[in-house]
Design a protein around this ligand. Structure first.
Ligand code: ATP
Ligand code: MG
Length: 441
């Protein structure tokens, strides 16, 4: 921008000086102006789409590199190296050819501009010669002076030409960034007042005719209703894809419900800020999630002033203390995101994290699905003490873990098909008893 302003001012100044010096020669120079502008415009027209395409393909190549790198094991296991290499080479060759074209178009500007500029010099000298021979110009100094003007006049134009390929590349890159930035923002609710007193949360949850679909045209949850009394342990069970995790996503407002309402202690979750809502619930997600850092950082996460004794207790309850004692630096051992912990250990860490958080309500989505059955039984007591007295939602495929739940929702295709406790559902002889018998039959 600063260069454009400088060049613009220079052009205007020299333009005036030229006309004051000799208008005939000035006109000759001015004739070159549209030609140069046309050159810039034409390359812009031709090269900009190339630069756009260039950025797009570059994005694809980067995505392919990342995907192949993180998916190495899958690629190897399926012997897909050759295919993947071939795919990559195709994309990379395409990128190469587009890069050649766009850079080529960009670098054509300079020689084209120089060409026009030398022609202009020649034209000015011819006009000067004619004027001199006719005696219109008496002083040879006017001509030498004018040649300086010509070079001053053309210098900024050449600069604009040079900058234009940079500008084009920048424009193309900006387009992609702005496409992302212009996506609609989640409404900012950070200024909302707290609706509940966090020390006195009873833990009543009510679903009222909740409808929701990830795709607005296709509902995943239809007219889900249910009332959960404070302190209840609610189990949500059902076949894969029934919508159990979806229900939890709605409760935590990871997605907004399409219609209906969810009330916590009588307050609609829409009236709370997301932050407040998420403070109320402790959560163990189906997808375990650990960060690069020490084991302690993983368990304590963003909490402050966690009591060391309590931490030791939690480690014992979650059956992690033995593992921790085998580590060289105990809790302060660095663990890496992808390795160093087995899937079950990761799950135990997330359970320990939820225990440390000690939130008034709990959501456990397949919290023990990755640990072996013996460990599961061992930590069952810890899980029970974690859930006792607080409203908790437990999703589990192994029904042994939820047999003692106060209320069981059996879901199928986004609907609750049965509700009750273990005994009443077994008596009913429906989907629940079918699933139960399939596991213990
Ligand atoms: N992010 C998403 N975008 C679109 N559809 C989704 C998304 N997540 C889940 N679904 C769809 O919604 C339905 C319910 O999925 P959900 O994850 O709630 O199942 P689930 O009951 O938790 O199953 P599982 O026992 O396997 O965990 C599925 O048909 C799934 O394909
Ligand atoms: Mg799920």
């Amino acid at each position: 921008m600063s260069m454009l302003v400088q060049s613009g001012v220079m052009l205007i100044g020299v333009f005036i000086a030229m006309f004051m010096s000799c208008w005939q020669m000035a006109l000759t120079v001015v004739c070159s102006l549209p030609i140069m502008l046309i050159i810039i415009a034409v390359t812009f027209r031709y090269a900009l789409p190339l630069f756009n395409k260039n950025q797009e393909v570059l994005g694809e190549v980067n995505a392919a590199v990342e995907e192949n790198y993180s998916g190495q094991l899958v690629i190897k296991a399926f012997n897909a190296e050759d295919r993947k290499i071939e795919e990559f080479q195709k994309k990379n060759t395409l990128l190469g050819s587009i890069l050649n074209k766009s850079q080529g178009a960009g670098s054509l500007i300079e020689p084209a501009m120089s060409f026009v500029s030398y022609i202009t010099y020649a034209a000015v000298l011819i006009v000067a010669g004619l004027l001199f021979s006719r005696g219109t110009i008496a002083d040879i100094g006017v001509i030498t002076g004018f040649l300086v003007y010509v070079s001053l006049f053309q210098e900024p134009l050449a600069q604009i030409g040079q900058a234009s390929s940079t500008i084009q590349m920048g424009t193309a890159a900006c387009n992609r960034v702005f496409n992302f930035l212009e996506l609609p923002e989640l409404d900012d609710d950070s200024s909302k007042k707290a609706m509940l007193d966090h020390t006195k949360i009873r833990g009543e949850v009510e679903f009222r005719d909740v409808c929701f679909g990830y795709d607005p045209k296709k509902l995943t949850i239809t007219n889900f209703s249910g009332k959960i009394k404070p302190g209840m342990k609610v189990a949500i069970i059902g076949p894969t894809g029934a919508g159990k995790t979806t229900l939890v996503n709605l409760l935590m407002r990871f997605y907004e419900i399409t219609s209906g309402d969810i009330l916590v202690d009588g307050v609609s979750i829409k009236d709370m800020s997301r932050r407040e809502l998420r403070e109320i619930f402790g959560m163990i997600l189906q997808e375990t999630w650990v960060i690069n850092g020490t084991l302690r950082e993983n368990i304590v996460y963003n909490l402050q002033n966690v009591d060391e004794n309590r931490l030791g207790e939690i480690l014992r309850e979650t059956n992690l203390s033995h593992y921790v004692s085998t580590l060289p630096q105990g809790l302060d051992t660095e663990i890496q995101k992808e390795s160093a912990l087995s899937a079950g250990q990761k799950q135990l860490v997330t359970i320990a994290r939820a225990m440390t958080e000690n939130a008034p309500m709990l959501i456990l989505d397949e919290a023990t699905s990755n640990v072996d059955t013996r460990t599961e039984i061992l930590i069952q007591k810890a899980m029970d003490s974690l859930t006792s007295g607080r409203t908790s939602f437990v999703i589990a495929h192994r029904l042994s873990t939820i047999k003692n739940a106060d209320l069981i929702f059996v879901m199928k295709d986004g609907n609750i098909v049965e509700t009750g406790n273990h005994d009443s559902l077994m008596q009913l002889g429906g989907l629940y008893s079918e699933i139960y018998n399939s596991q213990f039959g």
